[in-house]
Design a protein around this ligand. Structure first.
Ligand SMILES: Nc1ncnc2c1ncn2[C@@H]1O[C@H](COP(=O)(O)OP(=O)(O)OP(=O)(O)O)[C@@H](O)[C@H]1O
Length: 662
């Protein structure tokens, strides 16, 4: 994956004169080019997702699918509950022992449930959405499922989310037809470098709803409010990007704007909903209830519709229809039967209209509508337009997905950090051909600081953790807020000052310790020696009083995650220690982060460790301690990683892995 560091340019934040348009054009891709390049890449990505799932590959053996993590066999249904506004919640556990086999299911995945014996490709008992995952069970939300089919041994299969791909392709079709008439007619040419972006000539002053905003957040909000079409809010790790997004939304609503607020992931959307809920703002969250956090369910469209007047009227009509139906059963002569049927049709139409009106009323009365990017193409929003579309975590969203939302508004604000990891693209081919290139990164390249403002105060990391990332990726512009600049693990309640908790940075070198990397069946790289060392360090922290839930081990390689989890499960005191890939941990933080870099080979190959964005994400997850375990000889073959090692050599406690082995 190519790195895109250092794209922010110097320059004034005011509107650029038209004479710069030629430069913009030379750097930009045209709308036609974008559409023709992207359409086949969506197909490639869909194919990659389908081949990772199993429903269409009739020849694939079930046990192979389970090994690959796209199916779980031999499940039993241990609980059925109704919840989430009428959904059926099924808890599934393994028939064989406590733990589920290792799998690739995540919350919000679309899945189908079948009996264990059902043929591959046969009709499922039901299709649902994964609601909750534990080591021992999975809970899936179904609209409907036959209860009597649930007694047999069951299996769960992951399926590709067809709706998402259809929506992405529909958006490309809309774009390629031309959007001269829609709400985004004047915005689209700016996003393709054909027209210059505009900004208010005056600095916009505002009285903040959040009185704690720092100077860079205030400046960014002001610039956002003065943007005529596009603005990029650049938020390096821990700098309060979502805090600024929430302030922009509140200020826009105060001005009378109708706002569509989106993000690629449900969790990022819910994060905004939760924070907006602290203010008096009329908002509604669209989305499948199983994909929403429990604390935002009150804001969900379904729950607001349930409370709407028109819904109550629709319920009355439904009751009347029930009565009519029983009359119909009793009616004898043809004429009265015909009259009842006619009345039933009329009532059915009224019920649908009232139900639809209830949805329309909720959406009309809301100042802010929040949904995922693909959710922005849902039926309920058809024909609706917005004064502003704001997209959080835009640097982690496919450009084509951003367009789904952007086409509904006349102005657009993207918040993100193109120096962290872009969205995951499953198809290697589509990735190479540019599907993962984000709109945020493209516009940062096209316009630079002309349309951007960077947040510069961070509220997460000790300054020693921050300094490396600030210097390497953000032109040394980030400062640590005084509340975190010097915080250490032993400042936490119950944590003793020991040789393990005291240092902010630790480098454990495995060079010369006979800990070569290996490959697993799936060709993912792992390093058992490093895994052992990582867990020994984690155990030392726990023994010094650090809570295991405050520690995270992250690594670039999936195989390393698997062996780390197997080893962790043998140690009770590390039960709540989180283990994840770096990519899967983006957006998260822990008091102590242990990074296992894995690569150790005589050829000094570092693979995708050389993506600056991945190491940036890894190091900046840590609040009070960052411990890197690596083979300094191998990783120093890459210049960027060499500078990281040198930084740690200078500022960290430098240890040899041999000190961690029995
Ligand atoms: N002005 C501020 N004063 C004090 N704390 C702040 C301020 N702005 C943000 N924070 C705190 O910083 C943390 C990160 O904020 P927020 O979640 O808004 O950042 P983010 O940039 O969206 O996060 P990420 O780095 O994960 O993308 C939160 O705990 C938040 O309360």
């Amino acid at each position: 994956m190519a790195s895109s560091e250092g794209t922010e340019k110097n320059g004034s934040s005011s509107r650029k004169p038209r004479s710069d348009d030629a430069t913009h054009k030379s750097k930009s891709i045209t709308l036609d080019q974008f559409c023709s390049i992207t359409m086949p890449l969506i197909d490639l990505e869909k194919e990659a997702e389908i081949s990772a799932s199993m429903d269409t590959i009739a020849t694939r053996k079930l046990d192979v699918s389970q090994k690959r993590g796209s199916a779980i066999l031999n499940l039993k249904c241990t609980d059925v509950q109704t919840g989430l506004m009428g959904k059926m919640l099924l808890e599934l556990q393994s028939n064989k022992g406590d733990l589920l086999p290792s799998h690739k299911f995540s919350t919000h995945d679309v899945v189908i449930l079948k009996t264990n014996k059902a043929e591959v490709g046969s009709a499922p008992l039901g299709q649902g959405v994964v609601y909750r995952i534990k080591d021992t069970s999975l809970t899936v939300a179904f609209d409907d499922i036959p209860e009597d089919g649930l007694n047999a041994p069951l299996r769960l299969e992951k399926v590709a989310n067809e709706v998402t791909y259809r929506r992405l392709k529909d958006t490309i079709i809309t774009l390629s037809k031309g959007v001269q008439k829609g709400p985004a007619a004047d915005l689209v040419p700016v996003l393709f470098g054909e027209k210059a972006p505009t900004f208010s000539k005056k600095t916009i002053s505002f009285s903040p709803f959040n009185t704690g905003l720092d100077h860079s957040q205030k400046a960014a909000v002001s610039k956002a409010l003065g943007s005529g079409n596009i603005f990029l809010l650049h938020g390096p790790p821990g700098t309060g990007k979502t805090t600024a997004v929430v302030e922009i939304i509140l200020q826009e609503v105060k001005r009378g704007s109708k706002v569509l607020a989106c993000a690629a992931s449900n969790i990022a959307v819910d994060n905004i909903v939760e924070r907006l809920a602290n203010y008096r703002v009329k908002l509604v969250r669209l989305g499948h209830p199983a994909r929403l956090l429990p604390q935002v369910l009150d804001s969900a469209l379904d729950s607001q519709v349930l409370k709407a007047d028109n819904n109550a009227l629709a319920n009355d009509v439904r009751k009347e229809m029930k009565l009519m139906n029983s009359k119909l059963l009793k009616a004898k002569d043809r004429n009265s039967k015909r009259d009842i049927r006619k009345e039933l049709r009329r009532l059915g139409k009224e019920e649908r209209q009232r139900q639809q009106q209830a949805v329309t009323d909720v959406l009309k009365n809301s100042d802010v509508i929040l949904t995922t990017l693909t959710g922005a193409l849902s039926r309920q929003l058809e024909g609706m337009t917005f004064d502003l579309v704001i997209i959080d975590e835009a640097a982690q969203a496919l450009e084509v997905a951003c367009w789904i939302a952007i086409l509904k508004g006349s102005r657009c604000i993207l918040a993100g950090d193109h120096l962290q990891l872009p969205p995951t693209v499953q198809s290697v081919d589509a990735e190479k051909k540019g599907l993962g290139r984000t709109l945020f990164a493209r516009l940062a390249d096209l316009y630079g600081s002309e349309v951007m403002a960077m947040l510069t105060v961070q509220y997460r990391m000790h300054q020693l953790i921050m300094n490396w990332s600030s210097k390497e990726l953000y032109n040394s512009k980030i400062e640590a807020h005084s509340s975190v600049a010097a915080h250490t693990l032993n400042d936490l309640d119950g944590v003793q000052k020991t040789s393990s908790t005291e240092p902010t940075l630790i480098l454990i070198d495995i060079a010369g310790c006979d800990m070569e990397e290996k490959k697993d069946d799936e060709d993912s790289t792992m390093n058992e020696g490093e895994a052992t060392v990582a867990l020994v360090h984690a155990k030392k922290l726990v023994d010094s009083g650090v809570s295991s839930s405050d520690i995270g081990i992250i690594t670039p390689y999936a195989a390393q995650v698997s062996i780390l989890k197997i080893m962790r499960n043998k140690e009770k005191s590390l039960k709540d220690l989180e283990i994840s890939t770096v990519d899967g941990f983006q957006g998260r933080e822990k008091e102590a982060i242990i990074i296992s870099m894995v690569r150790s080979n005589s050829k000094h190959e570092v693979g995708f460790l050389n993506d600056h964005r991945r190491m940036n994400v890894a190091v900046t997850r840590a609040r009070r301690q960052c411990c890197i375990i690596c083979d300094t000889e191998t990783v120093s073959s890459d210049k960027f990683l060499k500078r990281l090692v040198e930084y740690f050599e200078e500022h960290a406690e430098y240890l040899s892995a041999s000190e961690y082995l029995p």
